[in-house]
Design a protein. Structure first.
Length: 185
């Protein structure tokens, strides 16, 4: 099996679940379309990534995923710098948002399974000093919404409704079920 993602979190989650894989990055540009809903965007990205990798390895099963944070209808991707990370965390402070991770499985240049999973995450109120210290740690920059639930960002969270691993970037239970369905595990 091929994982079409260089995300260390996705790799660790799969390894911890006992799944063997090799990594091939898709290189797919992640740009939303005008008016595209967060769930539709994540699912389209997961499918495009899986298909891109499958073109070069058609006989292998390819797993690709995409995670987005949605708040008030807006998509929060990965922050491009400290100011954007600060704005994202300020916006999440004291509010509940949705984390959507979509994943797709491709084989023979075709999608064989795909779905998206939603989790609701509630943040406590954050101070500017807390946000600045978190940004200084470097943690926000490769994560949708600018935080990681599995590390220092966990301190900001007061409640998770839904899959914890989904918020990390891969809904493990659902992915394992799909891999079993495809005969990989």
């Amino acid at each position: 099996m091929i994982l079409g993602s260089t995300s260390p979190r996705r790799q660790n989650l799969l390894r911890d679940a006992g799944v063997e894989f090799v990594v091939i990055e898709s290189g797919t540009a992640e740009n939303s379309l005008p008016g595209e809903a967060a769930g539709d965007f994540a699912l389209r990205m997961a499918r495009e990534k899986a298909l891109e990798v499958s073109r070069n390895a058609p006989d292998d099963l390819v797993l690709a995923a995409d995670t987005v944070v949605e708040i008030d209808g807006d998509i929060l991707g990965k922050p491009e710098g400290p100011a954007q990370a600060h704005a994202m965390l300020r916006r999440l402070s004291g509010h509940t948002h949705t984390v959507i991770t979509a994943f797709a499985l491709a084989r023979q240049n075709a999608i064989v399974e795909s779905t998206s999973i939603r989790s609701r995450v509630s943040f406590r109120e954050l101070t500017d000093d807390e946000i600045d210290a978190y940004i200084a740690s470097g943690e926000p920059f490769d994560k949708a919404g600018g935080y990681g639930i599995q590390a220092k960002g966990a301190d900001f969270i007061v409640r998770v409704d839904g899959s914890y691993t989904n918020v990390m970037g891969l809904p493990v239970d659902e992915v394992l079920a799909a891999l079993r369905h495809q005969g990989v595990i």
